[in-house]
Each structure stands twice: as C-alpha cells, then as structure tokens.
Design a protein around this ligand. Sequence first.
Ligand code: SF4
Length: 105
Amino acid sequence: MNGAGPRPIAALWEWQESAACRDVSDTLFFSPFRERGAARREREARAQKVCAGCPVREECAQFAMEIGEEHGTWGGMTSQERVELLRRPRGAAPARRAQRSAKAA
Ligand code: SF4
C-alpha cells in the first residue's frame, strides 16, 4: 500500500471522544414519541445549552448535515433547524430560529 487509501474509519468518529454530551442522556437530544410544543422547545433549548459549550460542535453539526441526520439535536441545531438550513437558497439569510441558536452557542 502507498498510504493513499481511505482513512481509518475511527478517524471519522474521533471527535466524539471530546463531546460535551458524552455523559448526558440521549433523551435530552432526541425527542420522545409524540413530544410537541413547549415540552419539545424546552428540551431542545436544554440540549442546545450543552452544545454551546462543546469543543466539537462544528464537527458534530457537519457530521449531521453530511449524513442527513433527521432526528435529534446535533451541533447545537435541532432537526427543524437543519431542515431549514438545507432548504435555504445559497446566500440567503438564515431563518430567525437558526440565527438564535447560532447566537446562543
Ligand atoms: S455539539 Fe452537542 S450533540 Fe454534538 S457532540 Fe457536542 S454536545 Fe453532543
């Protein structure tokens, strides 16, 4: 081999070793069945507070966008915020909700 092959798969996940959520329950980041309204917004806000102090927030957000993750809060963005970001035309201003999340982080 000449060393130009694919990177070891572990390299794709190493950033998770530094995740601020390593010891936090998944239930903070993923919506329970039928969760709606204020309960959902409040849980997502708590998750985003954890993300705001995370040293691998960018890697996490990029990963979620690249794999098209549909569920949960990743990189400080809720699933709805990721959908809004994907729908936004290039160069367009972000939606208000996504702007708030970015500022909070
Ligand atoms: S950005 Fe949030 S979801 Fe991603 S690793 Fe950090 S704390 Fe976890």
